[in-house]
Design a protein around this ligand. Structure first.
Ligand SMILES: [Fe+2]
Length: 442
């Protein structure tokens, strides 16, 4: 008799043996298809009408994400590696280039919502066509060609995962503008008994550490060069700030007291008339927020999200704390497992911590909400952007932005790293952004 454990092991081993027989090109193609299919899965419930709306300049229509990620593979791989490659629609090079000046002219970002053609159906055909070309190319590539194509495919895969996150956060903003409050994914409202664990602070001694990616596996160029950094003693909160804690800030007049705010933040609060995080509304019975599962009461135990750097910084000041630097965050995360509430969970919303935070353990470092750091997005010592169009991927944005760490409920688990540096301007609120507090060591 075969025990259930043995049977399970054999079941698990079978695909592994199959994988062993696959060639490197087949394995790469399988990875490519998995990520491309997940984009299709994310957009599957959207009507064509949902896919063309651009609700603000930062938001791109879902259709544009579907096409632009495809353009990336066509531009940087097919046009280079297939001799005499003829694009089916040459004008897509203009329509779906985002910001790569070296790849040619591009359509205006803030006008993407005016592009009713290609239709959504034609965009899906464009995706299928490029996918077929990639499959053909990989099936014919010799070892030498594959060695050069593989890093570009992997970059395209990670690029597509970034756009999957944007597709989710952009459709949230699009739906939030609709008084019908469309639902992206039906979810039961999670009822969490009791309160979240108390916020503790973990102490870290002064140290010199290596910061940045060590070169094993994929990383973006902005994660290197790996270099040494001095980190003075500090303390880091055991978990992110919750909605309930943020409500205390609101109720203490946080949005009306300039003493907590950076000057530019205070100007922004007044110009934008912010009184709460994006997507929050006060109505009878208290605060409600718009989620990808519809409009619902603010759950006080969940991590607060959709706040700007300015709000995160003001909250930290009100709390007599501060935001961590990106170096403190990376050092503190060195023992944290890369696990959490990622997009694969399909909650599409930060969740109340599932395991208790303690003074010995950091909780929710990965997933749920991107954590604002007080570090400006700047080049690491020795950084040089690569020549050519792909050198424009990260380096040219190293001005007037802040680094965020850890990924969110809209990030892929296989996309995030301890060294991953996300970045946004300090007034942006439409990503799943949150707060983890820090202190100088007392
Ligand atoms: Fe892009």
């Amino acid at each position: 008799m075969i025990s259930s454990a043995t049977a399970t092991d054999e079941t698990a081993a079978a695909p592994s043996r199959r994988r062993d027989r696959s060639t490197p090109a087949e394995a790469l193609l399988a990875r490519f298809r998995t990520v491309r299919n997940f984009t299709s899965q994310l957009s599957a419930g959207l009507a064509p009408e949902d896919c063309v709306v651009q609700s603000m300049p930062d938001v791109s229509p879902a259709k544009w994400h579907l096409a632009h990620t495809t353009w990336f593979f066509e531009t940087f791989i097919l046009k280079k590696w297939i001799p005499a490659y003829q694009p089916e629609v040459p004008q897509y090079a203009y329509l779906f280039n985002s910001y790569y000046n070296a790849a040619g002219d591009m359509h205006r970002r803030d006008l993407r919502g005016l592009i009713s053609r290609p239709t959504v159906e034609e965009t899906h055909r464009y995706r299928s066509s490029i996918d077929s070309h990639i499959a053909d190319l990989l099936s014919r590539a010799d070892d030498k060609a594959l060695a050069e194509i593989e890093p570009l495919i992997i970059l395209g895969i990670h690029h597509e995962q970034q756009h999957q996150e944007l597709l989710v956060t952009d459709i949230k903003h699009v739906f939030s503008q609709n008084p019908l409050h469309p639902v992206f994914r039906e979810r039961q409202i999670e009822v969490v008994p009791g309160k979240p664990s108390a916020m503790k602070f973990l102490d870290f001694a002064e140290t010199i550490v290596d910061i940045g990616h060590d070169g094993s596996g994929f990383s973006y160029d902005n994660e290197g060069p790996r270099h040494r950094a001095l980190i003075p003693a500090f303390a880091l909160a055991s978990r992110p700030v919750t909605n309930g804690e943020y409500l205390e800030f609101i109720e203490a007049g946080g949005y009306t007291r300039p003493e907590f705010w950076l000057s530019l933040g205070w100007t922004t609060v007044n110009e934008q008339r912010w009184q709460a995080p994006l997507y929050w509304n006060k109505s009878e019975g208290g605060w409600w927020n718009f989620t990808l599962s519809g409009y619902r009461p603010v759950n006080e135990s969940e991590p607060v999200t959709h706040i700007s750097y300015f709000e995160a910084d003001a909250f930290a000041n009100w709390s007599q704390a501060r935001l961590p630097t990106e170096f403190e965050w990376e050092h503190a995360a060195s023992d944290s497992e890369i696990d959490g509430n990622f997009v694969e969970e399909e909650t599409f919303h930060p969740q109340t911590g599932r395991s208790p935070a303690t003074e010995h353990r950091l909780a929710q470092m990965f997933g749920d909400v991107w954590e604002w750091t007080r570090s400006s997005y700047s080049p690491y010592p020795g950084y040089r952007a690569a020549p050519g169009a792909l050198g424009e991927y990260n380096g040219k944005f190293m001005c007037n932005q802040y680094v965020l760490r850890g990924g969110s409920c809209a990030t892929s688990r296989s996309h995030i790293r301890r060294t991953y540096r996300n970045f946004f301007q300090p007034e942006k609120r439409w990503q799943f952004t949150g707060i983890r507090l820090a202190h100088d060591h007392a």
